[in-house]
Design a protein. Structure first.
Length: 512
């Protein structure tokens, strides 16, 4: 896949999956792919060395610091390190709860959690149902936005009519139906009210709340070691049975690639520069599914709470600016899996060999990324370039880096991929290795206890909406190469990341 097609793909993915306060980070420099069986953590059979290596590798990728649009893990620190440091060093405000607040809090806890025989709190059936219906709503919204983008970039009158009169009303109805189910069957109002009660109680009782949060992360139980003595904190994803579900299809056609390239946001234009030649991709399609990351040891509410502060002189996790600066200004909350990648090139183009279609092609290491700034750590200089004025024809865009991007196609066959003969070797392992003292190895019983019901299963999906026909492309030459056979592996297209607001952000109205 050439650079212009990749720019269009990233642009469309951002339109579909980003929302306020979030951004996508693409592992293009170090593509990540596995077999579906390797990622079936829901079975919790991580006993064999190879299984433990995959679980470890996935957990470290999921908890590395997202470095911006291009996912480039650096150093040997992970989310669990930053989180643990906050739990240990935070200074808390003083507070006192009333009997009414205590009673409301206990009711909220009873609605949202259950406690197992080992004393671990996990999601209640009510909260699990809420998450299942929320997941269906997420899928419906993403399906709508995917096809909306295709329609918006089409110049074909029939396609526009199909979208306006058939697909848009049907997809909008699917979103509304999913939202209604989330409200009624998913107990949305009751769950979110209980969550608000918990948040209010936390501010009124900082010490008790903090003690509860801190007890949820026990390094002796939650930090494991793999056969290479690398540390990782248990991290999986939900729905856990996602590979057994139907996935929607994400498609890019040549006309859409041309239009999306002109719509690329500044951070992507600053990566690619200006003047890339016209794309030779006729069509690109794959199935996709977004999943949430599940961390039984992590409470995101810690970063939002306003009743704690760091010791004087400590650098904050995030200053809340754009881009944010701090010691840990963002973390991954979800990711987008892709499978069955199919690529068709125009006559004269070069197609990636089918056996190399394990993940989407990578950019070259010479490219510059737009990243949150991590203070108190070595900084990567940002080469900023004002994007050139959008040209009428995409083929005259972004010329000054065309030569630098040429190796992007062949990089698939080099060391950034784990070969089929050694599936347990981590991709870009040199970036993610962390030697640690001996800790316990993962075992199925421990993993099952720790995750509990957090990795919920998916509700039955509605039949996928048939995509509208794309705009008619130019008649292909008789010698045009056939589409590459789709691969069977699962690749990570992007990490969906949360940019932290100002953290910590102590409330001056509290008693300190």
């Amino acid at each position: 896949m050439d650079a212009l097609a990749q720019l269009a793909l990233m642009t469309k993915a951002k339109l579909v999956f980003e929302s306020p306060g979030s951004f996508l980070s693409f592992p293009a420099l170090s593509p990540i792919s596995y077999s579906a069986d390797e990622l079936k953590f829901g079975a919790f059979t991580a006993v064999e060395a190879a299984e433990r290596l995959i679980f470890s590798e996935f957990s470290r990728f999921a908890n590395a610091l997202p470095s911006g649009t291009i996912f480039q893990p650096q150093g040997d620190s992970y989310l669990w390190d930053a989180y643990s440091q906050v739990l240990k060093s935070a200074r808390l405000a003083k507070g006192q709860t009333t009997p009414a607040q205590e009673a409301a809090y206990q009711q909220a806890v009873a609605l949202l959690t259950v406690t197992d025989a080992n004393g671990w709190q996990t999601d209640s059936p009510t909260l699990l149902t809420y998450k299942q219906y929320r997941d269906v709503w997420f899928g419906a919204v993403q399906d709508y936005k995917t096809q909306q983008s295709t329609a918006a970039t089409s110049s074909d009158a029939a396609a526009q009519t199909q979208w306006r009169e058939v697909d848009e009303p049907r997809l909008r109805a699917a979103v509304q139906h999913a939202e209604a189910d989330w409200a009624s069957k998913g107990n949305r109002a009751a769950v979110e009210q209980a969550q608000q009660v918990q948040q209010a109680y936390a501010a009124a009782s900082p010490e008790l709340t903090w003690k509860s949060w801190a007890s949820g992360f026990n390094p002796d139980l939650d930090l494991m070691t793999d056969p290479n003595q690398l540390a990782y904190a248990l991290t999986a994803f939900a729905p856990s049975d996602v590979f057994d579900q139907e996935w929607p299809t994400f498609t890019l056609t040549a006309p859409e690639i041309a239009v999306l390239a002109t719509m690329a946001p500044p951070e992507l234009l600053s990566i690619f520069g200006s003047g890339i030649a016209a794309s030779k991709v006729e069509s690109l399609s794959f199935e996709y599914r977004s999943v949430g990351l599940v961390r039984p040891w992590f409470r995101p509410a810690v970063f939002d709470a306003r009743f704690w502060q760091l010791p004087e002189g400590a650098i904050p996790l995030s200053d809340g600016m754009t881009p944010p600066q701090g010691t840990w200004p963002a973390y991954a909350t979800a990711l987008v899996f892709v499978r069955k990648i199919r690529l068709t090139m125009r006559e004269g183009g070069t197609d990636a060999p089918p056996q190399l279609m394990r993940a989407l092609p990578a950019l070259t290491a010479a490219q510059v990324s737009f990243r949150p700034q991590i203070v108190a750590k070595p900084q990567v200089a940002m080469a900023t370039q004002a994007p050139a004025a959008t040209a009428a024809r995409p083929e005259v865009m972004m010329a000054d880096r065309a030569a630098a991007l040429a190796p992007a196609i062949s990089i698939l066959s080099r060391q950034l991929f784990r070969g089929n003969s050694a599936p347990s070797q981590p991709a870009a392992a040199g970036q993610l290795r962390q030697a640690v003292p001996s800790r316990q190895a993962a075992n199925p019983a421990m993993i099952r206890r720790r995750f509990g019901n957090a990795t919920f299963t998916a509700l039955p999906q509605r039949p996928p909406v048939t995509p509208m026909p794309p705009a008619a492309p130019p008649a292909p030459a008789p010698t045009a190469p056939p589409a590459a056979a789709p691969g069977n592996d699962i690749s990570i297209l992007a990490f969906i990341c949360r940019a932290l607001p100002r953290t910590p952000n102590p409330d001056p109205a509290l008693s300190w």
